[in-house]
Write a protein that binds this ligand. Structure first.
Ligand SMILES: Nc1nc2c(ncn2[C@@H]2O[C@H](COP(=O)(O)OP(=O)(O)OP(=O)(O)O)[C@@H](O)[C@H]2O)c(=O)[nH]1
Ligand SMILES: [Mg+2]
Length: 356
């Protein structure tokens, strides 16, 4: 997960840390005394320094500890070098499919943290650079989080949730996984097979609903999807079901007719929540799709699937800030349980922790 992005962030941290160390050597500390030092002494000291690198003295600061030392002796980053480093960071993020406004935001945040500031003596420099990157990334991931479970529990029933997105992103799979999740939380649900367009879509949901023991409302293939969603809501009202999960056909955001049809489903069977389902592997395209779906029907949040196969991490890092909607769940595998609530800290841990 996110291996490429993690490596790139690590490489930035390493480079920036080295630069900071370099500068420290340039801070003149009683230079006159140094000059009159006998050569032998100087050599000895140099040897001692080599044997006992400064890094060993450094320690990882606690989260709340001040990393920077205003107006005190410390390790400073040269402005010119910082620009070079930020350029490298920009390239690395763009190669990882991070959206441009997100790249800019991260750069600005890291720059304001590191430029002209001194890392406090005794603080592990790498930790300071890493902390500034972590802070920037946490900022772009934070976007009015949606707690799906809490929303469903507190909302008037039935809660209608509609799933939209382009073809093959994982909408139907996500619906089955959410039905499984609701069951575990002792909430009842009904699924609306409102993808009447793709051959085999209804059968796919039939299999899931049988396996999960969840009611499926379906019409014939080719029927009006809005009518299916409407019937499912009526069924939920009559049978006091907690949640209605509305599957919709995958559609390209450029297909105006299909986008209009989706807007019709929304009008006829108004949902309380519209979830955009995007494939993490599609990178920047996913961000463009999410924006288009948001313009047409207004999305509330996003599910990103196939994170388990995603080395770049760009879509996951970008969508909340670039689209202005939070990630509610992520798909991390092939099982029903592999849809987990998204937590920005989870992503930050994976980007800066050990390989996962
Ligand atoms: N590895 C992995 N595969 C996933 C994940 N979510 C979905 N898939 C796979 O993606 C493929 C498409 O999933 P569907 O749920 O059928 O996608 P869809 O959006 O409903 O597709 P259409 O109805 O054709 O638009 C299936 O093979 C799923 O098993 C995930 O989190 N990880
Ligand atoms: Mg589907």
């Amino acid at each position: 997960m996110f291996k490429k992005l993690r490596d790139k962030l690590k490489s930035f941290t390493d480079k920036a840390s080295k630069e900071l160390e370099e500068i420290e050597e340039e801070i003149p500390k009683k230079p006159k005394q140094k000059k009159i030092e006998p050569k032998k002494e100087a050599k000895k000291k140099k040897k001692e320094k080599k044997e006992k690198p400064r890094k060993k003295e450094a320690r990882t600061p606690s989260e709340k500890e001040e990393l920077f030392a205003e107006g005190r002796i410390g390790k400073k980053l040269r402005e010119g070098r910082l620009e070079d480093l930020l350029w490298d960071l920009e390239m690395a993020l763009l190669e990882s499919d991070v959206a441009l406004p997100v790249v800019e935001r991260i750069k600005t945040s890291v720059k304001s943290d590191l430029l002209g500031r001194k890392v406090r003596r005794g603080v592990d420099i790498e930790s300071a650079v890493e902390a500034s990157l972590k802070k920037a990334i946490t900022e772009v991931l934070a976007q009015n989080p949606v707690n799906f479970d809490a929303y469903v529990k507190s909302h008037e029933k039935p809660v209608v949730v509609m799933f939209v997105g382009v073809n093959g992103t994982g909408k139907t799979t996500a619906i089955a996984r959410i039905a499984h999740r609701l069951k575990k939380n002792r909430l009842s649900c009904v699924i609306a097979a409102a993808d009447t367009f793709r051959a085999g879509a209804i059968e796919q949901l039939e299999k899931h609903s049988e396996r999960l023991g969840v009611k499926l409302i379906k019409h014939q293939a080719g029927a009006d999807p809005a009518a299916v969603a409407f019937d499912a809501i009526e069924h939920a009202k009559a049978r006091h079901k907690d949640v209605v999960l509305v599957d919709t056909a995958g559609r390209m955001h450029s297909n105006i007719n299909l986008m209009d049809e989706m807007a019709k489903i929304k009008r006829v069977a108004p949902p309380h929540m519209i979830i955009f389902v995007g494939d993490a592997l599609s990178g920047n395209d996913t961000i463009i799709q999410a924006k288009k779906f948001d313009e047409t029907v207004g999305i509330d949040c996003a599910i990103l699937t196939k994170i388990d196969a995603d080395a770049k991490g760009g879509a996951a890092l970008s969508i909340a800030h670039a689209v202005g909607k939070p990630i509610v769940f992520i798909g991390v595998g092939q099982e029903y349980d592999d849809l987990i609530m998204f937590d920005p800290r989870w992503m930050v841990e994976r980007l800066f922790g050990e390989d996962t």
